[in-house]
Design a binder for this molecule. Structure first.
Ligand code: 13P
Ligand code: SF4
Length: 346
């Protein structure tokens, strides 16, 4: 079957035919280049449907893809995701050439904290272990004890067996994890004279937010339930805690994919990047995915078929992590990959 026919079989009810024809040709070119360059392509669950279903060797959430990056024997890793994910691949596989198909592809969470911020927190709360969400840059990971993803945040916190924990930088993931682990969370102010350190706390958070998930509301859920009383609501744990509490299920992107596949329900509201709703709809033609496509991740959307082809053609954009930072970040990331979390979906 040609690439166009394969894509048509999977996506004809999700993507217009002209787009399928045009992108199928680019997909053929990418797959040819992939073999020529001895590359592996990793695709995050948020990639647009044609890319998602045509060129990645592996698709998944942050945790699954970092494990794949660590295992590969190919010369080149093309990371169809955002910069912090490609950096994590480089941290785990320093001898590989890691390519991000867009110049920036940032993330509001990764921009919300610096390595200096962690050093200050460590001075202010000495001896308290630092858990850092993988949505951060390498220099921030290097100052951390262990990383986590949305797929294993609770397991990582519990693995530390510590009464107190610093959990950075996503305020909402921290609040959601604090609720799950039964910990009382505080948010220190930037005022060094503040008395937070003397307060009773078990978890110390930061005020970073995902610019996509912070915009979903309980009202969105109410409206969907009015329209479809049987709707099952899935919310990513980067959503505000009241949204996760009003939802029926909250977990990593891959856990959401699996949940829909295993469920017998007919209507779902997917509170995460819209493209993932398209990808789930393609896989489950008998189920209806409600999604709010006015809310998009501009960073994930920088990764296109054209950019992915150019990444392989021009060997761009090469991800580098200074070795002194990489070796320290490696410890935190490696510890994370050793802790269980959402199951694999190969
Ligand atoms: P996952 O690890 O659940 O795939 O989430 C990554 C992300 O950036 C969500 O916005
Ligand atoms: Fe970052 Fe949010 Fe985009 Fe995920 S969806 S990459 S957390 S900005």
């Amino acid at each position: 079957m040609s690439m166009y026919e394969q894509l048509k079989a999977k996506l004809s009810h999700v993507v217009p035919d002209a787009e399928l024809r045009y992108k199928a040709e680019i997909a053929d070119e990418i797959n040819r280049l992939k073999v020529e360059r001895n590359a592996v392509i990793l695709g995050h669950n948020y990639m647009e449907p044609v890319l998602f279903y045509s060129v990645p060797d592996f698709v998944g959430d942050s945790l699954e893809l970092s494990r794949k990056a660590a295992e590969t024997d190919k010369d080149i890793i093309v990371f169809c995701g955002v910069r912090f994910m490609a950096e994590t691949a480089k941290i785990l596989s320093p001898d590989k050439t890691v390519l991000l198909p867009a110049k920036k592809a940032g993330c509001s969470l990764a921009e919300s904290i610096t390595a200096e911020d962690i050093k200050h927190l460590r001075k202010r709360f000495p001896g308290v272990p630092v858990v850092t969400y993988v949505n951060t840059y390498a220099d921030v990971k290097a100052e951390s004890d262990i990383c986590c993803t949305s797929g294993n945040a609770t397991a990582v916190v519990e693995s530390l067996h510590s009464d107190t924990i610093i959990f950075l930088p996503d305020e909402y993931l921290a609040r959601n994890t604090a609720r799950e682990t039964g910990k009382h969370i505080i948010f220190p102010t930037k005022d060094p004279k503040a008395v937070d350190a003397e307060l009773d706390y078990q978890m110390i958070g930061w005020r970073g937010k995902c610019e996509v998930h912070e915009r979903f509301t309980v009202e969105d859920i109410k409206r969907a339930r009015e329209q479809f009383p049987d709707v099952v609501v899935l919310a990513h744990p980067e959503c505000p805690p009241e949204v996760c509490e009003a939802a029926d299920f909250s977990a990593s992107t891959s856990a959401m994919v699996k949940y829909v596949k295993d469920s017998k329900a007919e209507h779902f509201l997917i509170l995460t990047e819209c493209a993932m709703g398209d990808n789930i709809a393609a896989e489950n033609p008998d189920k209806e995915m409600l999604r709010i496509c006015s809310i998009r991740c501009p960073h994930m959307n920088e990764i296109t078929m054209e950019e992915t082809r150019d990444a392989l053609l021009k060997t761009q954009y090469v991800i580098e992590v200074p070795e002194d930072i990489r070796v320290r970040a490696y410890q935190a990331v490696k510890r994370m990959t050793e802790i269980g979390g959402a199951g694999k979906r190969d």
